[in-house]
Write a protein that binds this ligand. Structure first.
Ligand SMILES: Nc1ncnc2c1ncn2[C@@H]1O[C@H](COP(=O)(O)OP(=O)(O)OP(=O)(O)O)[C@@H](O)[C@H]1O
Length: 376
């Protein structure tokens, strides 16, 4: 402990607490006492230095966020403070985040390892590509102002899944008819819906699949389809806010968000502006992972992330990933032409005019999983 107190970073952090007034005060009689956060460790790494501290019990954790400027003033602009209740870490990065990084298959391979349903989020300040497993953190919301990288991220996430995890099946909803054409005729895509009618039919099939899967788990005494060889299913919908008046579709999306995880069905939803009508209550709570690109203001940032910050993002592809904590990421840049090239080997269907596949026109593997598609 004595060595920690001699460390220059220890002294600077103490100074920062003092300068920012970060302390808990209480008064006994005529005397006022102050307790400052306790510093536990200074770790030096190649790309960053990490300082760990805890707050005294009773101190408002939001006061740390409010003093973000003081940490940056003391340690530089590349400083990020992470934590939520009592324990916090100050990350002082040696380099700033790059403005753009191209999609690199080798980085992706390393980041996703053996994850069952890997989602790539972006490079962090140490230039490591952050990926997480959707089986552990189900249902993703991608949000952001137009032109800041939402579609590019969606393209990178879906392309990665399709080429790296061939057993995963996809139901895609693209009501703007502008984003998912790159996935047309790809083998793992069971439905590419461009209007509410098609999506409604596809989601009916997904709902009956959920029912069958639930019954199967019951019959076999299992807790999750991860214990079976049934494929995982991803329902990805771009600009979900366009569906807010489609009550049946929204109800199905909400049901998937509530029970999909155990049954191997996951949501990836994107929207430009956070729409309180869509993101209200149960659905929002069930979208456990959020990636937000630039938001117009603090209010929108709070609706998506539960916190401000996304209003300050400055350039395309720079987002905030909220999974356990919130961290800045720079999403890998995958343009349409490159995605098309990567997907060509799995574009196994001929373009037969059924480019927007309606499930009952072309029943696919997904709908026959449990022996016989439901023709309803
Ligand atoms: N990760 C990234 N790295 C660098 N530049 C990016 C990145 N993502 C997007 N861009 C740039 O921003 C532009 C807009 O990106 P994109 O179409 O993904 O935005 P969007 O938020 O989906 O917009 P919209 O809501 O209008 O569809 C791209 O054409 C590209 O030039």
């Amino acid at each position: 402990m004595i060595f920690l107190k001699w460390d220059p970073y220890y002294k600077r952090l103490r100074h920062c607490f003092r300068a920012a007034g970060l302390c808990r005060q209480w008064t006994i009689g005529n005397n006022t006492y102050e307790v400052r956060p306790t510093i536990h460790a200074v770790q030096r790494k190649l790309s960053e230095t990490i300082l760990t501290f805890t707050l005294p019990t009773g101190m408002d954790p939001s006061s740390v966020k409010k003093c973000d400027y003081a940490f940056k003033q003391e340690f530089g602009r590349n400083t990020v403070v992470v934590g939520d209740l009592k324990k916090f870490t100050v990350h002082i990065y040696r380099h700033s985040m790059p403005a753009a990084i191209k999609y690199k298959p080798d980085d992706v391979k390393t980041a996703i390892g053996d994850m069952a349903i890997p989602i790539i989020a972006g490079y962090d300040q140490t230039a490591s590509l952050i990926a997480y497993d959707m089986r552990k953190h189900p249902h993703l919301l991608i949000a952001g102002e137009t032109g800041y990288g939402k579609s590019t991220e969606l393209r990178a996430v879906l392309t990665t899944l399709m080429i790296c995890r061939p057993s995963v099946r996809f139901i895609l909803g693209d009501l703007k008819r502008s984003e998912f054409h790159v996935f047309r005729n790809c083998e793992p895509v069971d439905a590419l819906c461009t209007d509410a009618g098609q999506l409604s039919i596809a989601l009916d099939k997904v709902m009956s699949e959920l029912e069958k899967r639930g019954k199967l788990l019951d019959d076999k005494g299992l807790t999750s389809t991860a214990e079976t060889d049934l494929p995982d299913i991803i329902v990805a919908i771009d600009e979900v806010a366009l569906l807010k008046k489609e009550k049946k579709i929204m109800a199905a999306i909400e049901d998937i968000s509530a029970i999909g995880r155990a049954l191997g069905v996951y949501l990836i939803l994107s929207m430009q502006r956070p729409d309180a009508q869509v993101l209200d209550g149960k659905l929002k709570n069930n979208l456990t992972v959020r990636i937000s690109y630039k938001q117009a203001d603090k209010v929108n940032s709070r609706i998506v992330l539960g916190d401000s910050g996304a209003e300050d993002l400055t350039h395309p592809g720079r987002g905030l990933l909220k999974i356990m904590d919130t961290r800045a990421v720079q999403s890998p840049y995958l343009d349409v032409a490159r995605a098309r090239t990567l997907l060509d080997p799995i574009r196994t269907r001929v373009d037969d005019g059924l480019s927007e596949i309606v499930p009952e026109q072309e029943p696919k593997q997904l709908f026959d999983l449990l022996g016989g598609a439901d023709d309803a």
